[in-house]
Design a protein around this ligand. Structure first.
Ligand SMILES: NC(=O)c1ccc[n+]([C@@H]2O[C@H](COP(=O)([O-])OP(=O)(O)OC[C@H]3O[C@@H](n4cnc5c(N)ncnc54)[C@H](O)[C@@H]3O)[C@@H](O)[C@H]2O)c1
Ligand SMILES: O=c1ccn([C@@H]2O[C@H](COP(=O)(O)OP(=O)(O)O[C@H]3O[C@H](CO)[C@@H](O)[C@H](O)[C@H]3O)[C@@H](O)[C@H]2O)c(=O)[nH]1
Length: 331
């Protein structure tokens, strides 16, 4: 099998490409390198360019008529940036994805897996959400993802397009073989900040201690990126059963572990893995922060036959291993 991966030079897309390679699925990567790294495409066929470039897409499909499906990871993903520059996000994530879908249909490529986000769920009573839970995206970034989902559903109902939206919870870790990982040197997410605190000896700030969670701190569902990649492989292999030709042409699946982990629990987990004790301080929540969510859905298991195999400790360990080699790998 051969697949097109947009955003395959980024964190998640490159991990999916590695998982595909390990399982006999060939990847063709399309990425404009706005945040991605050319090094991450090593070993794969790589086209540097934009998802909205119709002539380039026609060329790719002419060069690779065997491409059976597309994994669409390309997007801008920084939440605060989406607040300060929403037009850039709507253009990059929505307008360009509309153009991209037009190019797919023109080239007769109806199968699409879309990288969506659990950040679009509204706050539930107990933080556990399934695919039918209320969609209340809290940022322009999450709204662009929700808008693309609605667009895909409409287009799938009227054309040959068939789309599977995969709503990721919070990815951590790296490819266990460390071929790729998170490319940013100064990540702002929880685990990145824990690693930074242990590297620099600075205090780790617990941002938000008044949420209605079991210990007052934010709660998330941390999913190992290698498990996420495995779910895409399962989605590619079972695509025609999961999104059958004779149905609505659209399906959505949560990709999380089903376990909620609070910030304090993550801190304890980190200290257990490293044997370190971090200095901490407590502050108010970050701008735009939410209490958080974890999945309670078994749809991924039922439809994809997929269950996550990596523990929280595995994710912490692989993030640490990648942090050690990142600079030397990326220069
Ligand atoms: N990382 C997360 O926490 C998270 C959570 C939920 C969903 N997602 C989604 O997963 C996908 C991948 O995220 P990531 O963490 O790997 O981000 P990333 O920034 O590492 O990867 C995105 C890739 O897309 C490329 N790209 C962006 N716009 C493009 C365009 N117009 N044409 C071609 N290439 C383009 C970038 O160069 C980059 O390589 C995104 O769609 C994101 O919204 C990520
Ligand atoms: O130094 C820190 C960093 C984070 N947190 C807390 O940790 C929790 C999780 O934060 P983070 O790891 O940033 O996850 P999210 O808030 O869910 O946001 C991330 O995950 C989203 C969904 O995957 C993406 O859309 C965002 O871009 C990405 O920042 C929150 O309660 C934060 O307040 C701290 O206490 N201290």
């Amino acid at each position: 099998m051969k697949v097109l991966i947009t955003g395959g030079a980024g964190f998640i897309g490159s991990t999916i490409a590695s998982a595909c390679a390990d399982n006999g699925v060939e990847s063709v990567i399309l990425d404009n390198l706005v945040t991605g790294r050319a090094e991450f495409t090593d070993g794969h066929r790589f086209y540097r360019g934009d998802i909205a470039d119709g002539a380039l897409l026609d060329q790719i499909f002419a060069d690779h008529p065997e491409i059976e499906a597309t994994v669409h990871c390309a997007a801008l993903i920084v939440v605060p940036e989406s607040v300060s520059d929403p037009l850039r996000y709507w253009h990059a994530n929505v307008a360009k994805t509309i153009a991209f879908v037009q190019h797919l249909l023109r080239n007769g490529r109806p199968r699409l897996l879309f990288s969506s986000t659990a950040a679009m769920y509204g706050p539930g009573d107990d933080f556990a959400v399934d695919e039918e839970s209320a969609i209340e995206p809290g940022s322009p970034y999450a709204r662009t993802k929700a808008a693309v989902e609605v667009m895909l559903q409409d287009v799938a109902a009227a054309t040959e397009l068939r789309a599977l939206s995969l709503r990721y919870f919070n990815p951590i870790g790296a490819d266990p073989q460390l071929r790729t990982g998170l490319q940013t040197p100064r990540p702002t997410h929880l685990l990145g900040k824990l690693i930074e605190a242990s590297e620099t000896g600075a205090e780790f700030a617990i941002t938000g201690t008044d949420w209605p969670t079991r210990d007052g701190t934010g709660i998330r569902d941390f999913i190992h990126v290698w498990d996420l990649a495995a779910a895409h492989l399962a989605g590619l292999r079972s695509f025609d059963e999961v999104v059958p030709k004779d149905g609505s042409g659209y399906q959505v699946i949560n990709l999380g572990t089903g376990t909620g982990t609070t910030v304090r629990e993550m801190l304890v987990g980190y200290e257990q893995v490293t044997g370190e004790s971090l200095r901490t301080r407590e502050t108010g929540p970050r701008l735009g922060d939410v209490a958080g969510a974890y999945t309670r859905s078994d749809r991924a298991r039922r439809l994809l036959g997929w269950t996550p195999e990596h523990s929280l400790a595995d994710g912490i360990r692989d993030s640490l291993r990648w942090a050690e080699v990142r600079a030397e790998r990326l220069g």
